[in-house]
Design a protein around this ligand. Structure first.
Ligand code: KG4
Ligand code: ZN
Length: 333
């Protein structure tokens, strides 16, 4: 029987709804981004984000159903991001999901945002287990080991800032607009190896740390200014990116060597980074038998299609819920 899932994502600053057929076919994926508004403030303002979600959510859902040309009768379940994320933003998606579920008597499938990012890869590739996912976003930096499709072991994670957060903060220091990740990505292409920044250190060999690196960039800029040196922004972006990515990927490759997964997948907004996509391919050449999947740009950043794909897997494991559920802003994978 054909399965249709209606999926909702509203954990940060994207209001999104998608209709997914049989787990990996996108009938529609509507994403309403708030970036242009948050840009005015230099970052996401949570109160503003939840208000805009309220304004947009019904239109986004209506439009996803229309574009997919399915009716609510066809829908098997409502999948949505339960957490982690901004509490006010999550509330809007969860309340919309619960309202539809009640009205049309459909089961609810609460999902972890990161499970969505990982399963975004099913739109472009078959997933083979054991699998290792490198999750890199504005809120997460994790190496997740999955021995099967519904098992998630975090074998390394950031001890402080997420890598996307570090990109955004460094961009801010350099006077670049929000979101800073794509700006640094672009600018670093014009940069060269000139400034030196320290390689982050952590106790656990697979953990990450980016706040020291971010502070080192700030100190570098202050030092140069004090000495009346003109700062070459492109060189700073280059230096930051090389250290951040080298630290990230050297740990991933080490973990791959220890765990020997069948497949490695990239996930999350920072997976859109052009340099990361090149370096990971180069570094993974030492494991020619391990399949590497790099998702296309459209499925790296937040969307609801990925929540639908994850929802289809969760349904197989009976992870449905009733109307009593609530948001989980600090939800664990
Ligand atoms: O997954 P995502 O859309 O939202 C979260 O779940 O956080 O990721 C957003 C993050 C932001 O920090 C943004 O700056 C970063 O992904 N990002 C990038 C690039 N595109 C987006 N970072 C580096 N290079 C990029 N090209
Ligand atoms: Zn995300």
């Amino acid at each position: 029987m054909t399965q249709y899932i209606l999926a909702i994502e509203s954990s940060c600053d994207e209001t999104a709804c998608a209709i997914i057929k049989n787990g990996n076919e996108i009938l529609s994926s509507v994403v309403s981004s708030q970036i242009n508004i948050h840009k005015l403030y230099g970052g996401v303002v949570p109160e503003v984000a939840s208000r805009i979600h309220v304004e947009n959510i019904s239109l986004v859902i209506k439009s996803a159903l229309e574009q997919a040309n399915v009716s609510m009768d066809d829908i098997e379940a409502i999948a949505f991001t339960q957490g982690p994320g901004l509490v006010g933003s999550l509330h809007v998606g969860v309340q919309a999901a619960k309202t539809i579920a009640w009205l049309y008597d459909k089961p609810l499938v609460p999902l972890h945002h990161i499970m969505g990012h990982i399963f975004a890869n099913t739109f472009v590739d078959k997933l083979e287990f054991p699998l290792m996912a490198l999750v890199v976003s504005g809120g997460h930096t994790e190496i997740v080991y999955m021995k099967d499709e519904y098992s998630f072991e975090i074998i390394g994670e950031t001890q402080d800032d997420a890598i996307g957060e570090a990109y955004d903060k460094v961009a801010r220091v350099l006077g670049l607009p929000y979101p800073g990740g794509p700006e640094i990505d672009k600018l670093a292409k014009e940069g060269k190896a000139f400034y030196k920044l320290p390689m982050p250190k952590t106790e656990n060999e697979f953990d990450f740390s980016f706040s020291g690196l971010k502070s080192a960039v700030l100190q570098l800029i202050q030092r140069e200014r004090k000495q009346d040196h003109e700062i070459n922004k492109a060189d700073v972006a280059y230096a930051f990116q090389e250290v951040a990515l080298h630290s990230l990927l050297s740990k991933l490759v080490k973990a791959v060597g220890v765990y020997q997964p069948k497949q490695v997948v990239l996930a999350g907004g920072v997976a859109a980074n052009s340099r990361l996509r090149v370096v990971i391919q180069e570094m993974m050449k030492q494991y020619p038998n391990i399949h590497l999947t790099i998702p296309p740009l459209w499925c790296c950043t937040d969307n609801a299609a990925m929540i639908g794909a994850a929802g289809s897997v969760a349904i197989k494991y009976n992870k449905t819920n009733d109307l009593t559920l609530a948001v989980k802003p600090s939800m664990e994978l």
